[in-house]
Design a protein around this ligand. Structure first.
Ligand code: IDP
Ligand code: MG
Length: 149
């Protein structure tokens, strides 16, 4: 089953939005198979955002993501990657659609609350950066047949 990495960024924790965001994820039907409250070190942040290392906002991004606790999660489900991305909304919350997490709850690019893997390749790499294999929990929900065919 497809898995994706989600990070609730430091602004989500500081703004007390963990419950609101996880509630949307749970209600949608995605299965949480791992979670970790952690403070990223610079090295891990550099690796996680490595694709942006040449961008002008890179230093600010790394400083922000390491500035306080984040909640890392692995979500599982059919099309978990694209479903999570569409629930997040586009990168810039100013233009993200209403109904999305960023569209409803955020206003600026830096403080956009949430990260989600953008492809299968990124998901595999990102999950392994944050979690050991035995930290992913395999379990059945009794309502599974009402969520996925
Ligand atoms: P994504 O989070 O929607 O996948 P990416 O393009 O991968 O967006 O960028 C990673 C993160 O870097 C964004 O979530 C955002 O916080 C930050 N970011 C992206 N573009 C800019 C920018 O132009 N200015 C400031 N921050 C940016
Ligand atoms: Mg991205």
């Amino acid at each position: 089953m497809e898995q994706t990495l989600v990070l609730l960024k430091p602004d989500a924790i500081q703004r007390l939005l963990i419950g609101e965001i996880i509630s949307r994820i749970e209600s949608k039907g995605l299965k949480i198979v791992a979670t970790k409250l952690t403070v990223l070190d610079k090295d891990t942040a550099n690796q996680h955002y490595g694709e942006h290392s040449e961008k002008p906002f890179f230093n600010d991004l790394v400083n922000f993501i390491t500035s306080g606790p984040i909640l890392a999660m692995v979500l599982e489900g059919k099309n978990a990657i694209s479903i999570t991305r569409s629930m997040m909304g586009e990168t810039n919350p100013a233009t993200a659609n209403p109904g999305t997490i960023r569209g409803d709850l955020a206003t600026t690019m830096t403080y956009n609350l949430i990260h989600g893997s953008d492809s299968l390749k990124s998901a595999i790499k990102e999950i392994s950066l944050f979690f050991k294999k035995d930290e992913l929990i395999s379990y059945n929900r009794t309502i599974e047949n009402w969520i996925q065919d």
